[in-house]
Design a binder for this molecule. Sequence first.
Ligand code: CP
Ligand code: NVA
Length: 329
Amino acid sequence: MRPTAGMTDALLAIDDLGDDLEAVLRWAIEFKRLWKSGDEVVLNFMPLDTLTVGCIYEKPSTRTRVSFEVGIDRLGGNPLTLLKNDIQLGTSETVSDTAKVLSRFLGAITYRCYAHADVTELAESADVPVINALSDKHHPCQAAADLMTVMEAFDTDEKLRVSWVGDGNNVLHDLMLASVMLGHDVAYAVPKGYEPAEDVVARAHAIAEKTGATITATNDAVEAVSGSHVIYTDVFVSMGEEHLDGKMNDFDGFQVNEDLVANADQDWRFMHCLPAHRGEEVTDGVMDHAQSIVFDQAENRMWAQMSIMARLVDPAAWEAMGEFMGLEA
Ligand code: CP
Ligand code: NVA
């Protein structure tokens, strides 16, 4: 059952963090700052010491794989990357049996899968923390890094307007949830037939009601972007959808280009989870614009995930580090 507040021993969707989201992100921002300043206490923070973290990938990855491997190493743990063809999962062994076996060896498991039901089953059967490293429905680590990046970029307690232009996909789901969890308004423009999942939208509305955020759904990219502080897009065809011939053709008018961003607030930022298909969902002019923060997002995958992993594996150590860094309990 999904918690209403607080973190459980799994992160399957960003709303699993409940009321902890802001604290997890503030911890990551401060940890990053102190780590880069060479603070000895932070550099020697090793809550994953002696633990091996298994990272399973059914799909390719650049950012997720590298950010987890480096982040686990920096927290004193050993990353063990398991690619689809390395293990028996999905061919001759069930997800549940795999979870039980891996729990005998590993301190935590990250899992990038096709069907969201698979990472849910892994978490239900594992005895160690499980982190969703992208499924067809959710990408919580991306949303954590994204909202961390927004906090760094705007450095304000003011409510922002976060807009999305493109497919109603896994990245939008967690971006929408995370944004309203922090009280930001969301406006998303998708072509007809590519709406985000109804249950996720319902969860987002329930959260927005509590935090005072609004959610606007439209088929008009200009309407979504108008007055926005953040303009976010993602590929039109996600991993696992390559067989959907012609999907691309339904996204005319949904490219983030210089004309579209002219409708945003002057202080706009462009965001993309990457990889980007330049010339499709976004132009070079926007990707490479001084107000594009896509590479900060990519870097922040590691810092946000370090906070999440430390919080899941050793909550007392995570809290003690937060106190050391001067963060409110
Ligand atoms: N954004 C993201 O998850 O990138 P990768 O697919 O390269 O991991
Ligand atoms: N929506 C994309 C995100 C990649 C990081 C996909 O699922 O392929």
